[in-house]
Design a protein around this ligand. Structure first.
Ligand code: AMP
Ligand code: ZN
Length: 115
C-alpha cells in the first residue's frame, strides 16, 4: 500500500466506494464520475503506479485484471453489444490517479479515436 494513494485508501476502506469485486489480488469498484452507463475500475491490490511499472513477476496479476474485467463485462451485460477497456498511462495518456486501473466502459456506442 502507498500511503498517499487514493485507490490504496479505497481498497483499505478508508475512502468509500461502491465495491463490485474483491479477492486477494484484484479489487473493482464503480467510477465516481461515470463516462457511460457502465464504468467500473479494476485495479490490482498491489500498488503499481501505472502499467509500465509491472514486471515479469506481475504477469499473472495483469492477466487476472483482464479476466476480472471480463467477468464484470459479462455480469453487466456488455458482451453482446461490446464495450471498451482503457488503461490511461501517464500525462499524455490522460492518467489522473497513479495506481494502475483498467476502465471497463460500456452501455453506449463509443467513437474512435479518443480525444
Ligand atoms: P484516469 O484518468 O485513467 O487516471 O482515471 C481515474 C478515474 O478515477 C476517473 O475516471 C475518476 O472519475 C475516477 N475516480 C477518481 N476518484 C474516485 C473515487 N474516489 N472513487 C471512484 N472513482 C474515482
Ligand atoms: Zn495505490
Amino acid at each position: 500500500m502507498s500511503d498517499d494513494c487514493l485507490f490504496c485508501k479505497i481498497i483499505a476502506g478508508e475512502i468509500p466506494a461502491t465495491e463490485v469485486y474483491r479477492d486477494e489480488d484484484v479489487f473493482a469498484f464503480e467510477d465516481i464520475s461515470p463516462a457511460a452507463p457502465t464504468h467500473t475500475l479494476v485495479i490490482p491490490v498491489k500498488h503499481l503506479k501505472d502499467v509500465t511499472e509491472a514486471q515479469e513477476e506481475d504477469d499473472a496479476l495483469l492477466g487476472k485484471l483482464m479476466l476480472v474485467a471480463n467477468k464484470i463485462a459479462t455480469e453487466k451485460g456488455l458482451i453482446e453489444d461490446g464495450f471498451r477497456y482503457v488503461i490511461n498511462t501517464g500525462s499524455h495518456g490522460g492518467q489522473t490517479v497513479y495506481h494502475l486501473h483498467l476502465h471497463v466502459i460500456g452501455g453506449r456506442a463509443m467513437s474512435w479515436p479518443p480525444g
